[in-house]
Ligand binder design. Structure first.
Ligand code: MN
Ligand code: MN
Length: 497
């Protein structure tokens, strides 16, 4: 049977020598066990793990939207001397191996790359994750008053469980483009002294009707209205007897503070997210609790792996941080767009003497990629969903998912055994603690990632990321060892795949 090194002959030959036969009899039978990896860390590695996790906690606490993730990573890249790829491609001076470049789309989607020694037609090593997360987007006409309260009407983004968003402190982030085209950045709820916002829930004393309904029906998407204010405009500021005086007061404050008028919400992207910092979790501090770990835990690790790389990589390496994964990867900043093939074309233009479309196609077909997205973990309270023997486990290492999809692998790109062997070898050779997983029982649900959109371009790809507990909840849980292993694993893949 062919083994991981791909040669049946070598294994057959080995078995025929007398010594090999002896060794085979006395050697312990190799078994594979899924277990927490703390004792398998290398010397001094735990300190690196703690440092990385502290930096990651700060990053996700400060980067609660896809735009902020983009801006923070781009700032880091520029500080390290990364060049604008589009400009470099027009300069007609081929970039030298080792050069760092970036390419950005709409302030949301980002490619960070380092030029390798090998020609691009031999392919790239890429790790791609997403920076958008489940949240509540404001509707284009969000502001209204009902009873005494001024409320913001929302349309939820991605797969949320509605009830989880009630009675929590919430923050508001995003941009508003004013009538004259100028942009206002909004961030309210996380700075010290900031007010926060909240969605109400019915008190248990009066919830007889609600408690009879299913969890999905008990709180509908239309109910997710954010309390934004309540104080009526003062008599001095408005002597007309208009209704909705509290809404008028909010509009007055928006004009005075931000120069925003009501129609400006039509050209805005405002996102309601949980307020507060990401934290260490557990008395032993072995886990992290934070908003938006799906998928910033992977996209941050991918970006850091490219930013921290020293020297000249063999193949060109890149971290891709995309938008819109949680709503199907559509849109021009999603994975199902021209961003990646166009970026590879720009890389070819920036590194080769003459541009050729064939080189771009060859580069894509020879590219190896990790679709860096989160997986699930065995939850003791929900054992019924576990895929026995194939379930990811907390702090047992970086997860590799050969396929995702639902009910019979529907919608999965399903990596080949050969590519699995390649990835496995890279991880083993570089002492990356990893585990092979699937999402859960085949018939209880499912999910997808950006992998199929990469596979469509001819790229060899497999899903590989950090397992989470309560994925898509306002606060998600990750294990520190897994968080660090994503960084270590992506670094190994980018340098060696
Ligand atoms: Mn995800
Ligand atoms: Mn998700």
């Amino acid at each position: 049977m062919p083994r991981i090194d791909g040669t049946t002959r070598r294994i057959a030959n080995m078995a025929t020598t007398k010594k090999a036969k002896e060794n085979k009899k006395t050697a312990p039978i190799p078994t594979w066990k899924r277990e927490p990896g703390w004792d398998k860390l290398e010397k001094g590695e735990e300190a690196r793990l703690e440092k990385y996790c502290a930096e990651y906690l700060r990053f996700i606490s400060e980067s609660k939207t896809e735009r902020l993730v983009h801006d923070h990573l781009l700032e880091e890249a520029r500080k390290l001397g990364f060049l604008d790829l589009d400009q470099a491609a027009r300069a007609k001076k081929p970039l030298k191996p080792g050069t760092g470049v970036y390419r950005s789309m709409d302030g949301k989607t980002l490619l960070l790359a380092r030029i390798g020694a090998a020609p691009l037609e031999e392919g790239l090593n890429l790790v791609g994750g997403h920076a958008d997360c489940p949240r509540l987007d404001l509707k284009p006409c969000p502001l209204y008053q009902d009873e005494e309260l001024v409320l913001l009407d929302t349309h939820y983004y991605g797969g949320i469980k509605h009830y989880q968003w009630l009675a929590l402190p919430l923050a508001l982030y995003g941009v508003v483009i004013r009538r004259d085209g100028t942009k206002v950045d909004v961030a309210i709820g996380d700075a010290p002294g900031d007010p926060v916002f909240c969605i109400t829930d019915i008190l248990p004393h009066l919830d007889v009707d609600q408690s009879k309904q299913t969890m999905r029906e008990g709180v509908r998407g239309e109910k997710l209205n954010v309390v934004f204010g309540s104080r009526p405009v003062s008599k001095e500021q408005d002597d007309k007897d208009v209704p909705q005086k509290a809404k008028l007061n909010i509009l007055r404050m928006l004009r005075e503070t931000y120069g925003i008028e009501e129609e400006d919400f039509a050209s805005a992207e405002l996102e309601v997210v949980p307020a507060g910092q990401a934290r260490e979790l557990g008395l032993d501090r072995s886990m992290l609790l934070g908003y938006g770990q799906d998928d910033r835990v992977c996209s941050y690790a991918a970006a850091r792996a490219v930013l921290d790389f020293q020297g000249i990589p063999r193949r060109t390496m890149g971290a891709l941080v995309v938008d819109k994964e949680e709503i199907g990867s559509y849109g021009r900043t999603g994975m199902d767009s021209t961003f990646l093939p166009n970026s590879v074309a720009e890389l070819v233009a920036a590194t080769e003497k003459t541009y050729s479309d064939l080189t771009v196609r060859r580069a894509l077909e020879h590219t190896r990629m990790l679709s860096a997205d989160v997986g699930t973990l065995a939850d003791p309270d929900y054992k019924g969903a576990n895929s026995n023997g194939n379930m990811g486990r907390l702090n047992c290492g970086l997860q590799v998912n050969k396929y995702d999809g639902h009910g019979g692998k529907g919608g999965a790109s399903d990596a080949s055994a050969e590519f699995m062997a390649h990835v496995r070898k890279v991880f083993n050779d570089n002492k990356v603690l990893w585990q092979i997983c699937e999402l859960g029982k085949p018939d209880v649900g499912g999910g997808g990632t950006i992998a199929l959109y990469m596979a469509r371009l001819g790229i060899e790809v497999v899903d590989c990321g950090v397992g989470l507990l309560c994925m898509h909840a306002p606060w998600e849980i990750a294990g520190k060892l897994d968080v660090y292993m994503a960084y270590k694993g992506y670094s190994a893949f980018l340098a060696n795949a």
